[in-house]
Write a protein that binds this ligand. Structure first.
Ligand code: SF4
Length: 307
């Protein structure tokens, strides 16, 4: 029954990690930017907005599917790379539709790029918030401008900062995705320290740590083949994570390093559990050798990565 609802999303269907229990409502396909070197999340799909009629068709199927559940649907995520890029008027219509089909919904979340947030006025964001939009997942990736520019992220450190500060000013909850290994060998230290300093200036609910994976069809593959970009070893990625954590000075944030791309599974509250997490990393660094970790990674990513 649900296969038809998500039929365009291909083999890998991404929803924000913090929204695993939300009902995903297809709003758009792909991402409106689609130029990051390391990314093949869109699997060749160009950005497409499904349109209100199609969204309503799918909401109809979803309502039937979830009608037998004991608990009403309270959390919805708008599926797609960055639905927040849509005009505010359209987003308002979508949210009204979602509310019509799931009247008990309390929170509607979405992936977002910093420029999607910056393009909206404070009044527009507030209007969306008042309708239930919250818990945005923002792909910050790195706090270092050279790294962001190299990967053609189309967003600077300052953009990321201004977007996150704007969400905070409006009390809109958000989590940030950041990526270990994005600076490769040359900029590993900068990736850790600059990302930590950026995040320490704001107050995300959750920091989601992922490790860069080289997708077969990502533009980055060519750069790696030419020797221009040198990937971090698995052990060095864990060392980068340590440096990041060491330099994070958060007020009240969950550090979530449980994403399946990570060699080491870590999760804890900051600042309370910082020492505990650092200790776990140190133990792992002592226990693992490069080979055992690398074999684990190769097995895990056999289908996706270069190896
Ligand atoms: S990483 Fe995110 S912003 Fe960049 S192309 Fe992929 S989906 Fe779009």
């Amino acid at each position: 029954m649900l296969k038809d609802v998500y039929k365009e999303y291909g083999e890998y269907f991404y929803v924000p990690m913090t929204q695993g229990y939300s009902v995903a409502v297809p709003v758009s396909l792909g991402c409106s930017w689609d130029k990051c070197l390391y990314c093949d999340l869109n699997q060749g799909n160009k950005f497409k907005f499904f349109g209100l009629e199609e969204i309503e068709n799918r909401l109809n199927i979803l309502r039937k599917f979830y009608s037998n559940r004991r608990r009403p649907v309270e959390k919805v995520v708008m599926a797609g790379g960055n639905p927040l890029c849509l005009d505010t008027g359209i987003l308002i219509d979508i949210i009204h539709l979602i509310r019509e089909y799931f009247p008990q919904v309390k929170n509607i979340s979405s992936f977002a790029r910093a420029d999607d947030i910056l393009r909206k006025s404070k009044d527009e964001l507030l209007e969306l918030k008042n309708l239930g939009l919250g818990q945005l997942s923002v792909g910050v990736e790195s706090g270092n401008d050279e790294i962001l520019a190299y990967h053609n992220k189309g967003i600077s450190r300052e953009d990321n900062y201004r977007a996150l500060a704007k969400l905070e000013e409006l009390s809109i909850d958000y989590s940030t995705y950041i990526m270990l290994g994005l600076g490769g060998k040359r900029l590993s230290k900068e990736n850790a320290i600059d990302t930590a300093s950026l995040l320490s200036m704001v107050n995300p609910q959750v920091i989601i740590v992922v490790t860069m994976v080289v997708f077969k069809n990502a533009k980055l593959v060519e750069r790696i083949r030419k020797g221009e970009f040198e990937r971090l070893s698995v052990l060095d990625t864990i060392r980068e994570e340590r440096l990041l954590l060491e330099n994070l000075h958060m007020k009240n944030t969950i550090f979530n390093g449980t994403h399946k791309t990570n060699a080491l599974i870590l999760k804890g509250k900051l600042p309370e559990q910082k020492e505990l997490l650092l200790d776990k990393i140190d133990k792992a660094l002592k226990k693992y050798d490069q080979r055992s970790l690398r074999n684990r990674e190769i097995n895990r990513w056999r289908n996706w990565s270069l190896e």
